[in-house]
Design a protein around this ligand. Structure first.
Ligand SMILES: Cc1cc2nc3c(=O)[nH]c(=O)nc-3n(C[C@H](O)[C@H](O)[C@H](O)COP(=O)(O)O)c2cc1C
Length: 341
């Protein structure tokens, strides 16, 4: 069934297909019994987890970037996700990079994107989340407004503005320090910048606020990753998300001509999986904190490999585009129940 829907959707440019798919889902959910039909079709076997002091019906979440503006929380909940990460949101709204900026690589089961943090701004997402019927944990991912003038202390203050806005509505705040597409091309993974950033966000979230998770890149050296963990520990970070997209394209089968035509951007999906998995393993060697494994989950096998490597929860984005909603059910049913629940 999803094969047919995908055939139809892949006739359109990727961003348009994304909008069409979500409009259709919203439409179905507004029909009498529509939402219950979707829920019963995709109902996942309960596979509970308790992480960050929160209860999760199952350990599979939708990764950041899919619902940047918190417009689809109800629909994503109906599809059976165990948690939903909205964003990245930034303090100022942002139109992102010029289109086209999203590209499919079907033979690689991958996506390249340079969206550039397009979003309506943190305040708009908060206004939507205040009205949402909360049935599942909601993570809010924050990033720096991609304005090259917001460097150093100004950049930190920009993150802190978002943190102060989202702390009342987020169950978990994810600090995105690893976006490869932020216009100015800089990330906060540089140790000195990261120390200032996490100090600022920690204070902005307050001791009573939601837990803070740091999302890392798969492209960090061992030494660099160790430094990130060390700094995170200084500021009571509650966990890590591994990983964001990669700038490495070594494993792709797509032709050089196609890649040149696409241009720069972060790679996700199957070709990312091994790098993301290795990052989870390297992180697990450095920390006992919960890790959310994300990158190239196309079915139960990849999700299980993240869990085996030490991840507590997993997320999908590209796999959801290629496999459709049944992916959630398949992964959830295949993962063993957590004996610690
Ligand atoms: C189109 C697109 C947009 C994304 N936007 C964001 C974002 O705004 N913030 C973020 O932290 N990650 C973003 N990501 C990265 C995903 O959250 C995820 O870390 C990455 O795609 C790896 O997972 P996957 O292989 O299952 O797609 C984006 C990914 C894609 C494909």
């Amino acid at each position: 069934m999803y094969g047919l829907i995908r055939f139809f959707l892949f006739r359109f440019a990727p961003e348009r297909a994304h909008r069409i798919a979500l409009s259709l889902l919203h439409f179905v959910c507004t029909l009498p019994l529509g939402a219950s039909l979707i829920r019963s079709l995709y109902k996942t076997k309960s596979n509970e987890r308790r992480v960050f002091g929160l209860s999760f019906d199952n350990p599979i979440g939708i990764a950041a970037g899919f619902d940047k503006n918190a417009e689809h929380v109800d629909v994503l909940t109906n599809l059976g996700f165990g948690f939903i990460e909205v964003g990245s949101v930034t303090a100022e709204s942002c139109s992102g990079n010029p289109q086209p900026r999203l590209f499919r690589l079907p033979s690689d089961r991958g996506i390249i994107n340079r969206m550039g943090l397009n979003n309506h701004g943190a305040a708009a997402a908060v206004a939507r989340l205040e009205k949402v019927d909360r049935k599942t944990p909601i993570f809010v991912n924050i990033a720096k407004t991609p304005n090259p003038e917001l460097e150093g202390a100004l950049g930190v203050e920009d993150y802190c503005t978002s943190a102060r806005l989202v702390r009342e509505v987020a169950d978990v705040v994810v600090v995105n320090i690893s976006c490869p597409n932020s216009g100015d091309g800089k990330t906060f993974e540089d140790p000195e910048a990261l120390d200032d950033l996490l100090a600022g966000v920690r204070e902005a979230l307050t001791d009573q606020g939601p837990p803070m998770v740091v999302k890392v890149s798969p492209d960090l050296s061992d030494e660099h990753l160790k430094q990130v963990v060390k700094i995170a520990n200084k500021y009571q970070v509650a966990g890590f998300t591994a990983t964001n997209t990669t700038v490495n394209r070594d494993t792709l089968t797509a032709t050089q001509a196609r890649l040149e035509e696409i241009g720069r951007g972060g790679l996700s999906g199957r070709p990312l999986h091994e790098r993301a998995l290795e990052t989870v393993r390297r992180l697990r060697a450095e920390t006992d904190l919960p890790i959310i494994g994300v990158g190239g989950i196309m079915g139960p096998a990849e999700a299980q490999s993240f869990i085996n490597a030490g991840a507590t929860l997993v997320q999908v984005y590209t796999g959801f585009i290629y496999q459709g909603p049944r992916l959630i059910k398949e992964v959830s049913s295949a993962l063993p129940n957590d004996s610690n629940c």
